[in-house]
Design a protein around this ligand. Sequence first.
Ligand code: PHE
Ligand code: FE
Length: 297
Amino acid sequence: MDQNAPRKVEHQQTDRGYVPVYATGVVEQPWASYSRTDHDVWNTLFQRQRELLPGRACKEFMEGVERFGLGEGGIPKFADLNKVLGKTTGWELVAVEGLLPDEVFFDHLANRRFPVSWWIRKPEQLDYLSEPDLFHDLFGHVPLLLNPVFADYMQAYGRGGMKAFGIGPEALMNLTRLYWYTVEFGLINTDEGMRIYGAGIVSSKGESIYCLDAPAPNRIGFGLERVMNTRYRIDTYQQTYFVIDSFEQLFEATRPDFTPIYARLKDGTAHAAADVLGSDRVFNRGTREGFATDADT
Ligand code: PHE
Ligand code: FE
């Protein structure tokens, strides 16, 4: 464990043992407590995605994995990754127990701190997990933090989150949809073809294949208000993926003040996850095969 870890306030008993908890939900990464099985789970998941992602994930993601030196040597130490981040985009990984209250999460992002769950899933959970673990948070999200434009987008998102939090729950929902359809489940259209950048996809073997190859889901060009007004599913693969042309496009599209957008969207009804609109730039109109028919989130 890192004896010099900052922001320590007290120790607390949690579901996963007795750990030091900081005011911001931050704990020390209890690296010495990982079992052989924990390291093996990381290695297995890493190996599966390494085989799958070339030609599927965008090059910025693949470069990030490389530059961090991620591999099959067991669970990385956040302190080592932070040395690389400190020299490049200035982000810092902080270990957390799990999902944080919205405003705490936004405050971390706004200060270029990325919260990573310190614990990893069990061997019987390789394919599905209902809450984010270390593999999702670290392998999924952290490689792109080395890309300067994406790194700035994440910080801007955190600042925008603080603002939306002050406006109200509807605004927050609109902003959460943006995160979902970009940071978690985004696709990017490159000269080499359609690629993945969303963390929820790159950390999932099944969805890494499904999102690009399956005929069922829609693949639709990114539009800011379109995305902010579209519901999503948390329990199945996505019914629609939104496709950006570049990280610069995403950053520029989200630069304007969202206040009038929140006001506009407040009175209307949101689109269902599977909807295709006349105004959409359609890359693939999904067949909807196998789609759940109950309500979206
Ligand atoms: N421009 C947004 C606002 O005014 C902030 C934001 C930036 C939100 C980037 C998300 C992503 O609220
Ligand atoms: Fe995530």
